[in-house]
Design a protein around this ligand. Structure first.
Ligand code: PMP
Length: 307
């Protein structure tokens, strides 16, 4: 195993330091790139990718929505992911796949530019911190609205979209909060800067629907399925801003943040300011799914080591 991290770039494994990205890459100038973030967990069956198929499918869909045909099939991308994790000897990690428009044209139309694909992996603790995951984080509604379907394609995970997240993140971070929440163009709740959001009221779980310009999170659908299996009603619907602070429980979900409770919104404590019982129950079930401890969710895990 090499000291330098190994990445997959356009079909080959190489050391990270060997990768050379041309300055005149289209994606660098115009944001013409799509990406995925996925996690691999250390399970009894070795390192296993959580919802690998769903992540590869979303990458291909994001690319298609921005007119970027990928020169690799879903199967090739799954194989490449496996190769990167194993080449780095990682047991548990975050995997970042990036597809971007390279060289060939500096015109705005990307169609004549090359398409480059890279996969990297590294160990990465839960995004909003282990303490945040245990005790909950403090969030604030940002003054920035979530990008809308009238200007971009919110359902695609595209690099350019993250300028919207950057604005909301910097604003709320500088104001002293752990995370920012964006409203959609109508003023309904959309999502966090890198997470989907869920409210619990009277034992019912609700989360904004695709009509609120959300990124269709892969952790989000896992949580909905887990809740329903546990006998909890889960709805996708418009969520009003005022429902956040007055909710019985509030949490965010994402590959990086996993399931992180929100204990305060706009300086108002959510219930008693401690993660609620349903939040803890779903979080525990999700952790069991991640780590392969519950056969009901075994189909979400892809063991990466050869058997
Ligand atoms: N919304 C945004 C803006 C995100 O960046 C993410 C993280 N990919 C999510 C939601 C959650 O998606 P997932 O559960 O697929 O990671």
């Amino acid at each position: 195993m090499s000291e330098e991290p190994v990445v997959w770039f356009n079909g080959e494994l190489m050391e990270l330091g060997e990768v050379r990205i041309p300055l005149l890459s289209h994606g660098l100038h115009y944001g013409t790139a799509v990406f995925e973030g996925m996690r691999v967990y250390d399970t009894a069956r070795g390192p296993a990718a959580f919802r690998l198929d769903a992540h590869v499918a979303r990458l291909l869909r994001s690319a298609e929505l921005y007119y970027m045909p990928l020169p690799w099939s879903a199967e090739q991308l799954r194989e490449a992911t496996r190769a990167v994790v194993l080449a780095n000897g990682l047991r548990a990690c975050y995997v970042r796949t990036l597809a971007f428009r390279g060289t060939g044209t500096m015109a705005v139309s990307p169609l004549a530019a090359s398409v480059e694909v890279a996969i990297a992996a590294w160990e990465w603790a839960s995004y909003l911190g282990d303490e945040g995951k245990r005790d909950g984080v403090r969030a604030k509604v940002s003054s920035w609205r979530r990008i809308g379907g009238d200007a971009l394609v919110p359902a695609a995970k595209a690099s350019g979209h993250y300028l919207n997240s950057v604005l909301a993140k910097v604003e709320t971070e500088r104001a002293g909060y752990d995370e920012g929440i964006l409203l959609d163009s109508r003023g309904m709740v959309s999502e966090g800067t890198g997470e989907n959001i869920f409210v619990v009221q009277d034992g019912i779980l609700s989360t904004p629907a695709l009509t609120s310009s959300i990124l269709p999170g892969i952790t989000r659908t896992a949580v909905i399925e887990i809740a329903r299996t546990l006998g909890v009603e889960a709805r996708e619907r418009d969520v009003a801003r005022a429902e956040l602070a007055s909710a019985d429980e509030l949490f965010v979900t994402g590959t990086a943040a996993e399931l992180t409770p929100v204990r305060e919104v706009d300086d108002i404590a959510v219930s008693d300011g401690r993660p609620g019982p349903l939040t803890l129950r779903i979080q525990a079930a999700l952790e069991d799914a991640f780590h392969g401890r519950d056969p009901r969710w075994a189909h979400w895990l892809d063991p990466l080591e050869p058997r």
